[in-house]
Design a protein around this ligand. Structure first.
Ligand SMILES: Cc1ncc(COP(=O)(O)O)c(C=O)c1O
Length: 419
């Protein structure tokens, strides 16, 4: 019999195998300083394009004051226990009511983390006779939620209406045989490529197929729609989303998440979400902090408006300079370039060290081989100067990529990696 750990000693996994070359730089980098458009990386100032603080609330004076006062008042422990046992408070309830009102749903339930929360939501909504239909590009939390499912599941081609319909028809056929129902899962905004889920078209299909719709709107909440209520509001179909999910980890610049739906559904979920029944409730400082952030979101759209000024300037600037930003319809700004992984590493080093630009880099196996995706998250705190400098830097690195500079620079890297 093998030692359980033998595979770990042999193979650190698809990303872990790059650890020696990548750790501390491409993965697990340490950004220092206050969360903002400019932070420090390895001692030098960089323009940060990978902080999910869309609305710039992380360091808003009212938010900082509310956070600090809440920690002073409650410490970090309160409340102890899971919601069902000893972790429920008036303030949790107030936050839920205000969130429900903001996203136009009857009720909401606050979750300690988004990832676990949505995973449990999927788990609680389906039984073994039910069928799940979800996008092939779904976030890991959805994939892992689906993994818990004991019944059938179908993926459809990313945002592809023919594939959606084909799989809905398949799912319905099976559900008819098993006596179950169909759960359809989409994201409000797909976080890698920035496309909104085709919610309008999906809800139209409710006329033809019998399914319930769960939307993970992590990137849409606060950034899309007239009031910032997300992708459902933007597409005019919020009332047709059966279960709406968003995290506090992005626009709300915090930790925690929530789901919102009809009261009867939330009442069911609060008794059946295992990640909430058997894990500690969201701490008070985060609850009070979320109330303050929500108050700011509701007070005016100034943060969202500023964000979109920056998104438009960045995305238009990239397009005018001939960059391929794919088909984003949100703030998430991808830039697609062609090159190998070692070339991508040399390019990112140049971008960070010579141009002071810090953005996330995505390569195979997350995207197809030969593509490099530089992913940028504009925020309300970025300036036009940040955008100008970034556009200039991108033009410079594209030239070096195309004239083979990075290929040469990456040769030694490739030898190290045994490519
Ligand atoms: C689409 C999506 N869903 C869910 C989550 C998980 O949220 P949390 O960070 O609150 O666990 C994330 C990441 O934050 C996300 O991008």
């Amino acid at each position: 019999m093998k030692d359980l750990f033998s595979k770990i000693y042999r193979d650190k996994g698809p990303l872990g195998k790059w650890a020696d070359q990548a750790e501390g730089y491409f993965v697990f980098p340490k950004l220092e300083g206050q969360i903002s458009n400019r932070m420090k990386f390895q001692g030098r100032e960089v323009i940060t394009w990978s902080i999910n603080d869309y609305l710039g609330l992380a360091n808003h004076p009212e938010v900082r004051k509310a956070d600090e006062e809440a920690v002073k008042k409650w410490g970090s422990a309160y409340p102890m226990g899971a919601r069902m046992m000893s972790g429920h408070t008036e303030l949790h309830e107030q936050l839920q009511n205000e969130l429900a009102d903001f996203v136009s749903k009857e009720a909401a339930y606050v979750l300690n983390f988004g990832y676990q929360g949505i995973l449990s939501t999927i788990d609680a909504l389906v039984g073994k006779n039910d069928v799940i239909v979800y996008d092939v590009d779904a976030h890991a939390c959805i994939i892992d939620g689906v993994r818990l499912h004991l019944g059938k599941r179908f993926t459809y081609k990313h945002n592809d209406l023919d594939s959606i319909e084909l799989n809905l028809a398949r799912a319905e056929k099976i559900a008819e045989q098993t006596g179950g129902g169909v759960l359809f899962i989409s994201e409000g905004v797909f976080g890698m490529r920035g496309e909104q889920g085709k919610l309008k078209e999906i809800v139209e299909l409710k006329k033809k197929y019998n399914f319930r719709l769960l939307v993970d709107d992590a990137h849409g909440f606060g950034t899309l729609g007239k009031t910032g209520a997300g992708a459902g509001e933007e597409q005019g179909v919020q009332d047709q989303i059966d279960v709406y999910f968003a995290t506090f980890a992005k626009s709300m610049a915090s930790t925690g998440a929530f789901i919102a739906a009809d009261k009867e559904i939330i009442d069911y979920l609060k008794y059946n979400l295992r990640s909430q029944m058997f894990a500690k409730s969201l701490q008070m400082s985060l609850v009070e902090g979320a109330l303050k952030r929500l108050e700011l979101l509701r007070r005016s759209t100034e943060f969202k408006d500023k964000l979109w000024d920056n998104v438009n300037a960045l995305q238009n600037g990239l397009k005018e300079n001939g960059f391929d930003i794919g088909t984003t319809t949100s703030c998430v700004t991808p830039v697609y370039l062609k090159g190998s992984i070692p070339e991508a590493m040399a390019l990112v080093k140049d971008l960070r060290e010579n141009h002071g630009i810090f953005c996330s880099i995505v390569v195979y196996p997350v995207i197809p081989k030969g593509l490099i995706l530089l992913r940028m998250i504009p925020t309300a705190t970025h300036t036009m100067e940040d955008i100008d400098l970034t556009l200039k830097a991108f033009s410079a690195i594209r030239e070096r990529l195309e004239n083979g500079t990075y290929k040469k620079l990456s040769q030694s890297l490739m030898e190290n990696m045994g490519e």
